[in-house]
Design a protein. Structure first.
Length: 550
């Protein structure tokens, strides 16, 4: 009987993603807004925000296949993107021929202004594809984060939290993490309602009463600064970690509210972080412009969300924004800077800079440096603090350290997380998120007896979660309680079919409990989902060999 690392069923395989219990239903389609706002609608359709997701073949760009093949030397896999009818498929093969496969790309995510990622679809479950298209040099490569995997990871789940900033009207199948309806999203891109609030009542009132009917529709620019800024920050503020407030989820935030009512953003104290793909709000807060201007400066000061200036107009467009606060004296910087283009303020003061969470791409530095500078290094042990300086709720801080500890495996973060989560659990014994992070710390710290009752309590309080089913199943597997472990894992896989290690360990449990046929079906499904993953292939060969010897 092969030895399988049962403890591999850990936080990596059951990362804590909290999902929407129902679809994010928008009351009005953006096309209905065009009846009265045709010019704004037509202009907006040409912006990256409006075209940030959709079926393959749509959006602002057309991918080139001239540079569609590449090797990943670390794993010895060769990738190739090919035309598949009106769309694309990604084919992959290990150089020694031991593994190969192909998957159809179902949807794109990202406007393509900088890059695009892609989604795979299997029985309604959405997974991220391992390839991305990088627009600047018109070539394909590994998607961000995939360079760390030892094989083509084809079952990385696409959670509602991932889609929320790229699409509207997300149709999640209730009780699952990453299974969606026949039409996963109602609108590809950020719909009108995402920034202006529900539109159905406004549309009805305007049709009945005319332009003076006075209905509730939100103009973000007229909100209080905190609520105004929240409209953009919900997607353009990254932080070190974000924590949902108790009882809140990704559909809780509504335009006009404070973002802090739904979630808390934490950053590391004591240094400026490096740039990330969506750290625009953080970087702007670091700028001398924002520190001097305060609430008068916000995203809408320089950006019209409905219009993106043409490339030929971009320098003049943003220079006019700068001159709203600065005089028009000749540039006083170096000769080299003046030689770049004196009329282009952003060329020197908002340079394109590489980000820390994606390869092959650069983004605009919104910290508006007077001169180019290197990024400060944030100490891994630095304390977490609330972005913006507010006081951290002890419960939120505990969860934040739990999240960070699961990512970094830092001893300092783990110690802080354990102490904070134990206090939070004592204060709020029915807080499922606290229970799950604390149970994971206990389990990964060889304190299974402490983890088990927390897992069981979490399952009782919230049967929709997955982490407790995975973690408790792993402990029961080690104790030889195969039938209950299998039941728990079947439940988890029904909510997220892509838990590869869970599926493999379930096959071992089935095998050990005298059900080799069930184990064979489980392994075949694992191979179907990810033919590039060697573990289920090897285990299936050993299973069949044993069955032949009987």
């Amino acid at each position: 009987m092969p030895e399988i690392p049962y403890r591999a069923v850990c936080l990596v395989a059951a990362t804590l993603f909290f999902f929407l219990a129902a679809a994010l239903l928008q009351a009005a389609n953006s096309q209905q807004c065009a009846e009265c706002h045709q010019e704004i609608y037509d202009n907006y359709l040409r912006t990256p925000m409006a075209q940030s997701s959709g079926p393959i073949g749509g959006g602002l760009i057309r991918e080139s296949l001239d540079r569609a093949a590449f090797d990943h030397a670390a794993t010895a896999f060769h990738y190739r993107v090919v035309r598949d009818g009106a769309g694309f498929s990604v084919a992959f093969e290990k150089k020694d021929g031991s593994a190969r496969g192909a998957k159809k790309l179902a949807y794109f995510v990202g406007s393509g202004a900088t890059a695009r990622s892609y989604l795979l679809q299997d029985d309604g479950y959405l997974f991220e594809a391992p390839v991305a298209y990088y627009s600047a040099n018109r070539r394909w490569g590994l998607a961000p984060g995939y360079e760390t995997y030892a094989y083509p990871y084809l079952t990385r789940p696409v959670m509602p939290a991932c889609l929320t900033c790229h699409a509207s009207s997300i149709a999640v199948v209730a009780g699952t993490q990453n299974r969606y309806g026949d039409l996963p999203v109602g609108e590809g891109g950020v719909s009108c309602e995402r920034c202006h609030g529900p539109g159905e009542g406004h549309i009805e009132a305007m049709r009945e009463g005319g332009p003076n009917s006075g209905t509730a529709i939100v103009n973000p620019a007229r909100l209080s600064p905190e609520s105004r800024d929240a409209v953009c920050a919900q997607c353009h503020l990254t932080g070190e970690v974000r924590v949902m407030r108790p009882g809140r989820d990704w559909q809780s935030f509504q335009v006009g509210q404070r973002l802090s009512d739904s979630m808390t953003f934490f950053v590391r104290a004591g240094a400026m972080p490096g740039m990330k793909v969506t750290s625009h709000v953080e970087k702007l807060a670091q700028s001398a412009c924002k520190r001097s201007s305060g609430d008068r400066l916000w995203c809408g000061t320089c950006h019209d969300p409905h219009v993106v200036p043409a490339a030929s107009e971009r320098a003049a467009w943003f220079r006019r924004k700068c001159l709203g606060c600065h005089d028009s004296a000749p540039c006083k910087e170096t000769k080299e800077a003046r030689a770049v283009q004196q009329d282009d303020c952003t060329a020197c003061h908002m340079p394109k800079t590489h980000v820390t969470d994606a390869q092959h791409v650069v983004y605009t530095d919104h910290s508006i440096p007077r001169r180019p500078r290197g990024e400060a290094v944030v100490r891994a042990s630095a304390d977490l603090t609330v972005f913006g300086g507010a006081r951290a709720d002890p419960r939120d801080l505990a969860v934040a350290y739990g999240i960070v500890a699961s990512r970094t495996r830092s001893a300092a973060d783990k110690a802080r997380a354990l102490a904070a989560l134990e206090q939070a659990e004592h204060a709020s014994p029915a807080d499922v998120e606290v229970l799950l992070y604390l149970a994971e710390l206990y389990r990964n710290g060889d304190q299974e007896d402490k983890a088990v009752p927390l897992y069981r309590r979490a399952i009782e309080l919230d049967p929709s979660q997955v982490t407790a089913s995975v973690g408790l199943g792993g402990i029961l597997m080690e104790r030889g309680e195969f039938s209950e472990a299998i039941r728990l894992w079947q439940d988890a896989l029904a909510k997220n079919a892509g838990l590869e290690l869970v599926r493999i360990n379930m096959a071992v449990a089935q095998w050990r409990s005298g059900d080799p046929q069930g184990a064979e079906r489980t392994l075949n499904r694992a191979i179907e989902l990810n033919p590039g993953f060697a573990a289920p292939v090897d285990l299936l060969q050993k299973l069949r060999q044993e069955m032949r010897l009987r």
